[in-house]
Design a protein around this ligand. Sequence first.
Ligand SMILES: C[S@@+](CC[C@H](N)C(=O)[O-])C[C@H]1O[C@@H](n2cnc3c(N)ncnc32)[C@H](O)[C@@H]1O
Length: 208
Amino acid sequence: MSYYSRFVFPYIMERFSAGPNVDEQRRSTLAPAQGEVLEIGFGTGRNFSHYPSRETHVTAVDCEVLSPQQVKRRIAGAPVPVTTIYRNASNGLPFANNSFDTVVTTWTLCSIRDVIPALTEVRRVLRHDGSYLFLEHGGSDDPRVAQRQRVLIPIVRTIGAGCQMNRRIDDLVSRSDLRIRSLDRFVMPETPRILGEMYKGVAEQPRF
Ligand SMILES: C[S@@+](CC[C@H](N)C(=O)[O-])C[C@H]1O[C@@H](n2cnc3c(N)ncnc32)[C@H](O)[C@@H]1O
C-alpha cells in the first residue's frame, strides 16, 4: 500500500466525511442496525460511535489498513463491540451464508473496484429477514452535474484513492439481486455537489 493511501487519503477522507450533517446522516442510517452487523469498508472507523448499543456486535472489514491508531481509539470508544478483519470484499468473505442481521456500507461502493462481486457477498451473508443499510454518494440525476462528474472523474479517482463518484448506486444494488426497500436521494449540504449526490437506503433479500 502506498504512503498516499495509508496516510494522505485518510486525512482527506476525514475532512470530507465529517461534520454535524454527515454525523446525523451516519446516525440515522445506522439507527436500525441490530444483532450481528457486518460493515464493509470501515476506513478509519468513523461509523463505530454511531451504532445503537442494543445487542449489537460489529464485524468490520476493509481491504486497507488506514490510520490504525485512530481505528483502535474509535473501537475503544464505541458503544458496541467491534472486531476488524482485513479482506478484499470482492474476493469472498470468510462468513457463512445468511449469517448477518445487518450489513452496512457508507461511502464505500464508490471505491470498491469490483463492486458487483462485493454486493453479491452482501446478499450471500445477509439473513433472509436482514437489512442492508447503505449511505453512499454517486451519480447525479441533474444532467449538468452528471456532466461535471464525468469530466472530473479522473481527478477525483486519483485524489480519492479510486473513488468513482458517478456510480448509480441503486442500479448496482438491484443488479446484485438485492431488493431495495427504501431509497432517499438528497444532496449533502456543505459538500461540493459532484461529491454530495447521496443514496441512502435499505435493501433486503429478494422475495420469490
Ligand atoms: C471512502 S472510504 C469510506 C470509509 C468509511 N466507510 C466512512 O464512511 O468513512 C472507502 C473504504 O472502502 C474500503 N474498500 C475499498 N475497496 C474495498 C474492498 N474491495 N473490500 C473492502 N474494503 C474496501 C477502502 O479501503 C476505504 O477504507
